[in-house]
Ligand binder design. Sequence first.
Ligand code: PGA
Length: 249
Amino acid sequence: MARQFFVGGNFKMNGSLASIKKIIDDLNNANLDGKTEVVVAPPALYLLSVQKLLNAPAQVSAQNAFTEASGAFTGEISPNQLKDADVHWVILGHSERRALFGDSDKLVADKVKAAVGAGLSVIACIGETLEERENGTTKQVVERQLDAIANVIQPEDWKKIVIAYEPVWAIGTGKVATVQQAQDTHADIRAWLEKKISKEAAETTRIIYGGSVNAKNAPELAGAPDIDGFLVGGASLKPEFIDICRVKA
Ligand code: PGA
């Protein structure tokens, strides 16, 4: 079974009501055909307005969510609230959350568990730092991050998960991984899925690449056999995002 190509746009903490409306208008006007699954993640404040403005088949995603359904957790949003607001996707474990806000492997895993438990689909981010790559520990690092998730969810939950491999040194740096570097790690992740989860999970789970993806480098990356799409940061705020969404057209 072919895996549907997936392009996520992570706006991070960027944009305003006006600039985000413009991006969404442009996406709507692009009349994407749905061959590629497109999901955009605006800052939480704008989720509801984007949810209303955005035309199907494109979908909206949160950039984070907490582990609990409700309660005294000032500043957090629960997966259940996202579901209630018709937001069906959430990005979890982004390297900025891990590095700047203390999201540990265990917390990320618990957030993934809570999100799939609430019926959400998850873009689960993993990836090594420059030091870890230079030490030759990329495979161990991504497997450690994946093991943490696998330890707390059920094998069938992987159907709700897209794995985003994002080498930290490539995020926002303009330094994209080579096709070979990305393909090699994606193949390692797929082998991990087969060994730890199931043959079916290995065959069907989308593994997308993130880190300085743009309209210029997307076509070559998209040609690699184990790259099933992209998580796009900076370029998702620009008109070229539409070209990236059409890379498989
Ligand atoms: P970038 O970000 O495309 O700006 O490198 C990717 C990401 O953080 O998801």
